[in-house]
Design a protein around this ligand. Sequence first.
Ligand code: ATP
Length: 221
Amino acid sequence: MTDTGGSPVAVLGGTFDPVHWGHIRPAVELLQALGLSEVRMVPVSVPPHRSQPRADAALRCRLLRLAVEDVPGLVVDDRELRRAGASYTADTLASLRRDLGPRRPLCFIMGSDAFRGLTQWHRWRELTGLAHLVVTTRGGDAGGGWSDTLAGWLTARRAVNPAELRRSPAGRVWFQPVSQLEISATALRRSLAQGYSVRGLVPDRVWTALSRCRGYGYPQQ
Ligand code: ATP
């Protein structure tokens, strides 16, 4: 098959509670490694699979916009915040597919841990009808440990090289190693609540905003 409708657009969903360099750096690496036209950072409003975010959606989104402001190729897409109820990936990808048209390659980025639990996701079998999956592997975790159902499903879809992501709009699964940064939003929230600085773990503009807003309990009264 020949190349289709342009460079792939990728989606990185997350709670971004708050955004940190561990979100930005892998996105930049994926942009370059896969020749993406952009990575859309999509903050989740009501995550169906985990506890609810500490900060409200408006604050998480504001910090995310500050984080990507000067990073070419990264953009914030707030479509999940504009939709009521739980944010299901299948709905988000269907909405993006409507915007991009049927031919443009679309990639959904997920960590290898999340991929292991894919069969628990709402309408998971529909996802590769809408997008490719790009599974990020970090720090020696090359994937594996999948259920029989997932392993069988993967066999028919696993890409042998990333060029396959450009040759069709959806349907392949590619594993891409990214840098492992020892930063987690959970640890950041804990530090901020205890009154500690997280400078250097988040973009400077995000730190400046965080240190003024009290949204994460910092600075303490
Ligand atoms: P929490 O600690 O609150 O669970 P998180 O940063 O792990 O936060 P999300 O904000 O939902 O969770 O993450 C969005 C995406 O970024 C996910 O795909 C996740 O795998 C990835 N990610 C998060 N932290 C890192 C990191 N340090 N390095 C690489 N990828 C990361």
